[in-house]
Design a protein around this ligand. Structure first.
Ligand SMILES: [Zn+2]
Length: 277
């Protein structure tokens, strides 16, 4: 069994590779750009017609046009986010599972055999992992809720600000802010859901390899909270461990308790390198 530091780094790499926040950000930006363009058009039309009343705004074809764009954008945002995230989490599960299996299965034949078994079983395991809930709702429910409330918020914003006569630029700025906030909420969600899926994959692989005990590794820096610090201070017999993540953006992960301590493994590695020289 390789040492904890090595595998911790490996899990970090898998995690970073899979979380493509850029692509998600691009989706939000696209949605915002479209709305901004429509707002500009609406503003131009109002300007050329001089003062108009509240009911005229509501009857305005341009206004209905903007609301339609908004609805279409949010629908698109929702479905492309949903696909992107499902793919991300699926990859996260697979790669973590395989990496974890390699930690715990030292025999090469065994690893090949388990690899085959994984290929057959993984669709179901991944489905279960993706639909499991770590605190009430699964990821798709959270994402959908997130984007529906964004659509509602933005719609209200447009109605209010057009009626109070604010410039399209200032309306666009407020909407942009909302989209940014929403993007940050979505990326927190994805990071947290990915952690849940990654930890579930690791736990499944540990169980299959006959591991008896796990520890919780928590990043030892100033951002670590007391809850995570406490959880990481003991060993757990599998089945009694707390469910990870412990909170949104939790960076904790399960680590199999090795038969040897890290120091002993490090010594082994050093001995082998000396012999090879
Ligand atoms: Zn934590």
């Amino acid at each position: 069994m390789k040492n904890e530091k090595y595998w911790n780094k490996r899990f970090d790499e898998i995690f970073k590779q899979n979380i493509n926040e850029r692509a998600i950000y691009e989706e939000y930006k696209k949605a915002f750009d479209e709305i901004e363009k429509a707002l500009k058009k609406l503003h131009k039309k109002f300007k050329s017609q001089g003062d108009i009343t509240r009911s005229e705004i509501c009857r305005s074809r341009q206004y209905i046009y903007i609301l339609n764009i908004l609805n279409a954008q949010n629908k698109r945002l929702r479905s492309s986010l949903s696909n992107e995230i499902t793919e991300t989490l699926k990859k996260c599960y697979e790669e973590t599972y395989i990496a974890t299996q390699k930690i715990t299965v030292s025999d090469k034949e065994n690893a090949v055999h388990n690899g085959e078994a994984f290929a057959i079983q993984n669709e179901n395991a991944i489905k279960t992992a993706l639909s499991s809930r770590w605190s009430g709702e699964n990821y798709s429910m959270r994402i959908w809720k997130n984007t529906s409330s964004l659509a509602r918020d933005v719609k209200d914003q447009i109605v209010n600000e057009i009626i109070t006569g604010r410039s399209y630029k200032s309306i666009a700025l407020t909407i942009k802010e909302k989209y940014n906030q929403s993007f940050y909420r979505a990326s927190t969600l994805i990071r947290t859901e990915a952690s849940a899926v990654q930890n579930r994959a690791a736990m499944n692989a540990y169980k299959e390899s006959g591991t008896q005990k796990v520890r919780i590794h928590s990043a030892n820096d100033e951002r670590r909270c007391l809850k995570c610090k406490e959880a990481s201070s003991k060993e757990y017999i599998i089945g009694t461990e707390p469910i990870l993540p412990l909170h949104p953006n939790c960076r904790c992960r399960y680590i199999a308790v090795a038969k040897y301590s890290d120091d002993e493994v490090d010594n082994d590695v050093i001995n082998i390198s000396v012999k090879e020289l």
